[in-house]
Design a protein around this ligand. Structure first.
Ligand SMILES: [Zn+2]
Length: 420
């Protein structure tokens, strides 16, 4: 064999080794301590090809078309979840092609979309790192690189003929993220807002752990098609509440520190205040409790009530984590409660399975028990019990006492007036 051929063969062999990619030094848009986004050098540690923005955490695809339409014959004909995904994705697009100017080993984005794309990848990487390190989720459990449709044409035809604008979301039926074009959003694009992208990444983790990666999660489909759907309303609320709490958790890992109002750079004051984690006076009220228990999933979600219940939950968890100084311990415990196959201590996925034929079994008491049973530290357990009993208006007698999950020291709180 010719010497060059031997060398080439050796190089090829070496390339088969699962070596981590070289870190890529790029400039991205990062929130500074004065509340504005500035260009900053960051290191991407999971990118294998920066010129396609591909890596082990995400693959970004441009030019995709995803159309959800209940009248679509292809969608109606779908027999499996895979077929449904294929029917929804009219065009899967192609790898994005960012433009860089290299300066002393650092890649500088050369146009706006490249800034947006690089920053989006960076934000996914940070969210993944949080769930891996703080959340203790092995990389293998994320299911490979997430597909991110960048500026797709995404139409939810049953609600609107127009393509979605000004949004970023995780779409379970295609198991992918959408970063849709902006139109009216005057503030920071969602892709550069680390907390928001982490909120969306939390939905992927929730889907994988609580719903077992289902494109059409059974509790949503089964429970949500009943008249009143308390279980479906609650599981949606948990998904949103945990996403806000983990979104906040990811900001705590940044150099500028925890941002309890991470929506503020992208949304107006009202939305920001509604979801401010540090507001400690959020309470379940009679209307919300009635809707949670008696509304259909479409009526509940149609009013955005999963965000209302979710933010009560998120701020209650925030208070418990901060007051005990055990934020990360709590965040890890919550994630460990998503699915628990020990057989002795069910997680949320297991509670759903046990409740599939009777969604009334999936309620604030049983869900709180699952969470609390995954916290070992007694003061933290007590704080979580107190905050959830208080803010979510759970009868203390259901959770505290012999054989119950909450320590006897837990009494609930008195921030919220008890509902009749
Ligand atoms: Zn969400």
């Amino acid at each position: 064999m010719h010497r060059i051929a031997i060398v080439a063969a050796l190089v090829l062999l070496a390339a088969c080794e699962p070596v981590p990619p070289d870190p890529v030094r790029v400039r991205a848009l990062v929130l500074s301590s004065n509340g504005s986004y500035v260009t900053q050098e960051v290191t991407l540690t999971t990118v294998t090809d920066p010129f396609r923005m591909e890596g082990s955490v995400a693959n970004l695809l441009g030019g995709a078309r995803i159309i959800s339409d209940s009248q679509d014959p292809e969608i109606q004909a779908a027999q499996t979840e895979e077929q449904l995904a294929n029917a929804l994705i009219k065009s899967k697009g192609r790898p994005v092609s960012p433009n860089f100017i290299e300066q002393e080993g650092v890649l500088w984005p050369a146009d706006f979309h490249t800034w947006n794309i690089v920053t989006a990848y960076y934000n996914f990487e940070r969210a993944n790192a949080y769930f891996n390190t703080v959340g203790n989720i092995p990389q293998a459990d994320f299911g490979g690189p997430a597909t991110v449709y960048y500026f797709p044409e995404f139409v939810l035809r049953d609600s609107s003929p127009e393509a979605l604008k000004d949004n970023a979301l995780f779409f379970a039926p295609t198991q992918s993220f959408m970063v849709v074009p902006f139109d009216e959003l005057q503030r920071a694009p969602l892709a550069i807002n680390s907390g928001i992208m982490a909120h969306e990444y939390s939905h992927l983790v929730f889907n994988r752990k609580v719903y077992g990666g289902a494109r059409l999660p059974a509790p949503i489909v089964l429970w949500g098609s009943a008249g009143a759907s308390p279980g479906a309303n609650l599981v949606k609320s948990l998904d949103e509440g945990f996403a806000d709490y983990h979104g906040f958790g990811v900001t705590c890992e940044s150099t500028t520190g925890c941002d309890k109002i991470f929506l503020s750079t992208s949304f107006d004051e009202r939305v920001t205040a509604d979801r401010d984690l540090s507001k400690n006076d959020r309470c379940m009220d009679i209307f919300l409790r009635d809707q949670l228990n008696n509304a259909t999933l479409s009526a509940f979600s149609g009013q955005g009530l999963e965000y209302k219940v979710g933010s009560i939950l998120a701020s209650a968890l925030y208070q418990a984590g901060e007051s005990t100084g055990q934020r990360k311990v709590l965040q890890r415990a919550i994630i460990s409660a998503y699915s628990d196959q020990s057989g002795t201590n069910p997680g949320l996925q297991q509670l759903i399975t046990l409740s599939l034929n009777d969604q009334l079994k999936f309620n604030l008491v049983s869900v709180t028990a699952v969470l609390v049973n995954h916290i070992t530290d007694v003061p933290l357990k007590t704080a979580v019990c107190n905050e959830l009993i208080d803010h979510l208006q759970i009868p203390a007698a259901e959770l505290v006492g012999p054989g119950k999950p909450c320590p006897s020291a837990a009494q609930g709180g008195n921030t919220c007036p008890r509902l009749p």
